[in-house]
Write a protein that binds this ligand. Structure first.
Ligand code: 5GP
Ligand code: ZN
Length: 116
């Protein structure tokens, strides 16, 4: 499994940087984004260091994407959300700032951000 010693998300995977974990197994990690756009805003990453969608192998994609519905359902229960937006920025011009593939899952609560 690829690991980049300078990558902030690889450091979260190895545990040298803390994160609020939502889900973890051998292949995948989901944790709260430091900057919560809506309550429960989560990042889902493959543990395998892969820069973005253009670099992802079919093998990593198959272990990664098949887990996403399970994570979305766990968030639905935990945060009592009514819906989610799922998005990924791949490439600097798209707004990607951390170059370890991550999917944003943004809970939606109707006309508010979910914070009291
Ligand atoms: P991007 O712009 O690359 O799609 O998203 C990167 C996201 O990573 C941003 O929403 C940012 O708040 C989040 N982020 C950056 N550094 C950290 C960190 O150390 N911990 C956590 N939990 N999120 C981070
Ligand atoms: Zn990484």
């Amino acid at each position: 499994m690829a690991h980049d010693a300078n990558c902030i998300f690889c450091k979260i995977v190895e545990g040298s940087i803390p994160a609020s974990k939502v889900y973890e197994d051998d292949d995948i990690l989901a944790f709260l984004d430091l900057s919560q756009v809506t309550k429960g805003h989560t990042l889902v990453i493959p543990k395998d260091h892969v820069e973005n969608i253009f670099e992802m192998s079919e093998e990593t994609a198959s272990t990664y994407f098949r887990k996403v519905p399970h994570i979305a359902n766990a968030m639905k229960e935990t945060f009592n959300v009514q819906g989610v937006n799922i998005l990924n920025n791949s490439g600097e011009v798209s707004g990607q700032t951390v170059f370890h593939y991550h999917m944003h899952i943004l809970p939606r609560y109707g006309n508010n951000d979910g914070f009291d």
